[in-house]
Design a protein around this ligand. Structure first.
Ligand code: Z57
Length: 832
């Protein structure tokens, strides 16, 4: 690293010595208590920001070189590329990742410490790139890491939101959303003002015969918005491959239209047009597992699909190959149905603009796309109203109708007796207004459809996509169980554990082949190893306890059992089950004598996660957690036996501190609702145990690590429907322990009972759709088993080590190789 080239370091006057963060916080406390102005601290801030900028720019310089070489190599090799289309890339911070992937963190550390900085403090300056909601967006980010690490020629395509997922503050127990304006200083993106695409909206279609008698459809009029490319380098770990993530930003076209207005003196309206254009990429929709059918969201989807396809097609055209070779050069993976318009757009490009026959074009399209489904929740399945689409994308709607017509004709031929089948599988739902079912379109336009865990892939085949299995046969539907990148989620988040593992396995090879972790099993009985393992977990808990202290003011005992549930707040994920369980525990503690309390295992219940701003029930759950925390944490009878913590603004960089610090984490969705879950993998890979339901990837985690190493409870997916039916028609019996918890809430122990009446009645009066009451008893019993097991620390550590040793399957490296072999048919392109 050429430190001398870093302009930003010129701001640091040698022999400047920056204060450590501990000194800093002592300083600010001093200033606050003495009332002295904190101007001097602002000086330190500037120093830290400069250190961050300098370090980031130094690493960026290295990345640029390999990035250019990689792109040249991929162009020259002229082999098939993968394009991963995702509306979300939840990247988190880039600097630490870049340092570790490039392998020069030590050098940076030394350089920084010479200047008086701790590398962690510098890393912590960076704003998270939070262009995602939760699991789906983080999966896309882990995929990019593995694609580069495995040397696949691959691009990510997404939107460059000006505002990422909102920042969450908790004020008086309520969630408050703060805009996440993150682009002030982002050294990781490169504006490509030379790469722009004009995107059309609205207008109308003109149909005519050309001079050869061929029908031509021409989409005319409407308005155009310009897409500008911003490129982000994606370094692989221990490889020179540096792939590209291309994010599109919207701006007004500099067309005559605007100038006319300017010239006509209509300044305000010209500015309004400009703002409307920029609005397209302004904000990430903050819903996870929910679609609300807003026009701006559809505009985002088309804007991004059209720009990406234009780019992909342009790159293909440079090869001067015949169109039929397109699927040999291009694989496009649809991350959920959000990019389904790309199917329609490619068909439009081929038929309307390139003049291919419909069938030839459709053959190309269907051999290019793969579709990944991430949910079976009905409220998350995308549907767009036909009138909305007619207005915004008139030609696309016609193409959708044609795709549907040909599809239904073929279905009718094969299932002549089954009229209902046609209505069920149609892309158009015959409702008022009519709706376009995006999942149906995605299935019809793709050659492979996959779910993200075995149970989930089975469920989609037997429920929501059952008819399509009958139509296409079972081979079109497949499973690729999710994973996580061990680089960020072990090596970066838990460097001490990574080092310890490396010391036993003879190096860091396991970070590239996670199945090597299995060698750890031979050390399970090694006393010294066990105690080092336990010591690292303890240190990680202290690190989390500090975060908790700094952000909530609560002190927690790091010797207590840390029980963590961090994920988006959603009724199906059942944070309510957890907090009701906490209340039950509290009531029990209150009923015991001090002697009896001695025998209890002290526990810290840690929650974190954002509620979608319009999701009232989720916000109520957050409110309840915070109110329960306020009561329990100040109850002198309870002391260290139970603490409840809500960590505000859960995000990727907080997850990196939280995941290594759990003893147990909760993955307790109603069976059949969580497609996979990926944080379950992050916790186990860091030596935490799990309490969970037989849902999503929990099932495969159990298969890998052994059922003696996991705490499973609750209803099975196959029984859920029948139980719901019973609730509706045979009446509903509330669990008695849960009834006791509700009484306590209704007494006002945790604040105004009215605030929580809807939450309670959703269970007692509205069918308990998520089976909270049905599972409450087995949840409590299983939590008792957790307490019991935690008392035998030796055995607990053995479970922890064994589990980590058996987690090799859950690397996204395995996942990406499966996609490459069974869906994309692409080969790695390592440098010579
Ligand atoms: C999202 O985060 C997921 C699915 C969706 O349909 C949407 Br929209 C957002 C999640 C699933 O809920 C998780 O179970 C899964 O692990 C993750 O996607 C990645 O597949």
């Amino acid at each position: 690293l050429v430190w001398g080239s870093m302009n930003s370091f010129a701001m640091l006057r040698p022999p400047w010595r920056a204060r450590s963060s501990i000194a800093m916080s002592r300083m600010s406390r001093f200033h606050l208590s003495s009332g002295v102005r904190i101007e001097t601290d602002t000086q330190y801030d500037i120093q830290f920001r400069a250190a961050y900028a300098g370090t980031a720019l130094a690493f960026r310089d290295r990345l640029i070189i390999e990035w250019n070489k990689t792109q040249q190599r991929q162009t020259f090799a002229d082999q098939k590329r993968v394009y991963y289309l995702s509306l979300e890339f939840l990247m988190g911070r880039a600097l630490d990742n870049a340092m570790l992937n490039v392998g020069l963190k030590d050098v940076a550390q030394d350089g920084l410490s010479e200047l008086g900085f701790r590398v962690e403090d510098v890393i912590n300056q960076e704003h998270d790139a939070a262009l995602g909601n939760g699991g789906l967006g983080r999966l896309a980010a882990c995929f990019l890491d593995s694609l580069a690490t495995l040397n696949y020629p691959a691009w990510g395509y997404g939107l460059r939101y000006r505002y990422g997922i909102f920042k969450q503050e908790i004020i008086d127990g309520y969630q408050v959303e703060i805009p996440d304006y993150w682009l002030d200083f982002n050294p990781w993106e490169f504006p490509r003002h030379d790469i722009t695409v004009d995107i059309q909206f609205y207008g109308h279609v003109i149909r005519y015969q050309d001079e050869y008698g061929k029908t031509v459809n021409s989409w005319q009029g409407g308005e155009t918005v310009q897409a500008v490319a911003y490129d982000v380098p994606i370094p692989g770990y221990g490889t020179k491959t540096t792939n590209n993530l291309r994010l599109w930003s919207s701006k007004a076209t500099s067309g005559e239209f605007d100038f006319q207005k300017f010239n006509a003196g209509d300044y305000e309206s010209a500015v309004a047009d400009q703002q409307r254009a920029e609005t397209i990429s302004a904000v990430l929709y903050p819903n996870d597992n929910l679609e609300r059918g807003k026009e701006l969201r559809l505009k985002q989807q088309y804007f991004w699909c059209a720009a990406s396809l234009y780019d992909i097609v342009r790159r293909f055209k440079k090869t001067r190959r015949a169109w039929r070779e397109f699927p040999d050069q291009v694989a496009i993976q649809l991350n959920d149905t959000h990019p389904t318009l790309a199917i329609v757009e490619l068909q439009r490009i081929l038929v309307d603009l390139e003049g291919l026959d419909w069938d030839e074009a459709w053959h190309i399209v269907t051999h290019t796309f793969g579709y990944t489904n991430h949910t079976v929740l009905p409220e998350a399945l995308e549907k767009w109203s036909v009138p909305l689409m007619q207005n915004l994308l008139p030609r696309h709607l016609q193409i959708i109708y044609d795709i549907n017509l040909f599809f239904l004709q073929s279905v009718e031929k094969r299932f002549p007796e089954d009229r209902d089948m046609l209505a069920r599988v149609s892309v158009i739902e015959e409702s008022h207004p009519k709706m376009v079912r995006m999942a149906h379109l995605a299935i019809i336009g793709s050659h492979k459809v996959n779910g993200v865990a075995e149970l989930h892939s089975d469920l989609i085949k037997t429920t929501i996509f059952k008819d399509f299995v009958a139509i296409y046969g079972p081979d079109k539907f497949t499973n690729v169980t999710n994973g996580i990148t061990p680089r960020r989620w072990l090596h970066q988040a838990n460097p001490r554990l990574s080092d310890l593992i490396a010391s036993k396995l003879g190096g860091f090879e396991f970070l590239k082949d996670l199945t090597l972790l299995d060698q750890l099993e031979s050390f399970v009985d090694d006393k010294a190893f066990r105690s080092e393992w336990a010591e690292i977990k303890y240190a990680n808990k202290i690190r989390l306890a500090k975060l908790i202290k700094d952000t909530t003011g609560y002190s927690v005992n790091p010797r207590a059992l840390f029980d963590v549930q961090v994920k988006r707040i959603h009724e199906y994920k059942r944070q309510q089950l957890n907090i009701f369980g906490v209340i039950h525990r509290y009531l029990k503690i209150k009923s015991l004598s001090p002697e009896e309390c001695q025998k209890l295992v002290p526990r810290v219940s840690i929650f974190g996660g954002k509620a979608a701003p319009g999701y009232w029930m989720a916000k109520t759950i957050i409110h309840l957690i915070n109110n329960v925390a306020a009561v329990i944490n100040k109850d002198a009878d309870v002391g260290d036996l139970l603490k409840v913590i809500f960590i505000e603004d859960y995000n990727v960089s907080k997850a990196e501190i939280i995941c290594p610090a759990s003893d147990i984490s909760e993955h307790i969705s109603t069976a059949g609702t969580e497609a996979s879950g990926t944080s379950n993998m992050k916790f186990v890979l860091n030596g935490g145990l799990i309490i969970g339901t037989c849902d999503g990837a929990n099932i495969e985690i159990t298969r890998e690590i052994g059922e003696q190493n996991i705490f499973l409870f609750g209803t099975l997916a196959e029984d859920v429907e029948e139980i719901r039916h019973r609730h509706r028609y045979d009446g509903f019996r509330l669990d008695e322990n849960l009834a006791r918890v509700f009484e306590e809430i209704q007494k006002g122990t945790f604040g105004d009972a009215d605030d929580f009446s809807a939450l309670i009645s959703s269970i007692t009066d509205h069918g308990d759709y998520y089976l909270v009451s049905d599972d409450f008893h087995s949840y409590l019993t299983t939590q008792e088993l957790v307490d019991e097991a935690f008392q035998d620390q030796d055995e607990w550590i053995a479970k922890s080590i064994t589990s980590v040793a058996r987690m090799g399957f859950f690397s996204t490296d395995r996942v990406i190789n499966e996609y490459a072999d069974s869906i994309w048919n692409v080969e790695p392109l390592p440098e010579e």
